[in-house]
Write a protein that binds this ligand. Structure first.
Ligand code: ADE
Length: 225
């Protein structure tokens, strides 16, 4: 799969793309992530990509031209399944959306900044508007990073253990069971006996019970869904 991220602050994504699961997935040839600096597409001699809003409102608004030209240049090279805009008023990103997007071939993620983008871009070019939560970030870069991570780790082979992406919290609307590693006794804090029993059926039963109990206690809304 290929993800093209359009941003005015590409350096914000550098460290993340070069160190995380995304770096590994790219090395393995499972995913390609390309970051595009929106300023490279502006026709403004001062490399500006924003301007004052009509109507005298406060803040700056990202202009149509650089975004339109950047998206057009990408679309001239290949077809895209979705052109996503990160915005707090978008559809809530969650595990089902990550699953769905991980099955796509090519995605564009446009990171919002300033007060917003000229609404005509949203009307004419964007196919999906996504929020990562009910809070306002300075820009969409962290949202694009979260989404890319959640999507790419689902690609077969991206994480070591094929099973583990499927057993994540939320994957079946349940929170995951607790996990432990050696030593079995650390300062008197003991690992649950059942996990040391070697009895697969009992361990599985314990895992399901823990999963249900934690979901009921911490996220009852998931069970209602
Ligand atoms: N940009 C600013 N805040 C955001 C949020 N919560 N989700 C996605 N993009 C954003």
């Amino acid at each position: 799969m290929r993800i093209d991220i359009i941003t005015v602050v590409p350096e914000m994504l550098d460290g993340f793309l070069n160190t995380s699961i995304l770096a590994r997935a790219q090395k393995k040839g499972l995913a390609e992530i390309h970051v595009h600096n929106l300023r490279d597409y502006t026709t403004d001699k001062h490399r500006r990509v924003d301007d004052y809003p009509y109507g005298g409102f406060a803040g700056m608004v990202m202009q149509c031209q650089p975004i339109d030209d950047c998206i057009a240049a990408l679309k001239a090279e290949r077809n895209y399944d979705e052109i996503i805009f990160t915005t707090p008023d978008g559809e809530q990103f969650d595990q089902p959306m990550a699953n769905e997007l991980s099955l796509k071939g090519n995605l564009i993620i446009l990171c919002g900044h300033y007060k917003g983008i000229d609404y005509r871009i949203r009307e004419h070019l964007i196919t999906k508007e996504v929020s990562i939560g009910d809070f306002v970030l300075t820009g969409g870069e962290l949202a694009a990073a979260c989404m890319s991570d959640a999507i790419v780790r689902l690609l077969p082979g991206a994480i070591g253990d094929e099973q583990s992406a499927l057993s994540d919290s939320f994957q079946d609307h349940l929170l995951a069971a607790p996990v432990y590693t050696r030593p079995a006794d650390y300062k008197g804090w003991r690992v649950p006996d059942v996990l040391l029993s070697g009895h697969d059926a009992k361990i599985h039963e314990w895992e399901m019970a823990q999963s249900l109990e934690r979901t009921k206690r911490l996220r009852p809304d998931l069970l209602e869904r």
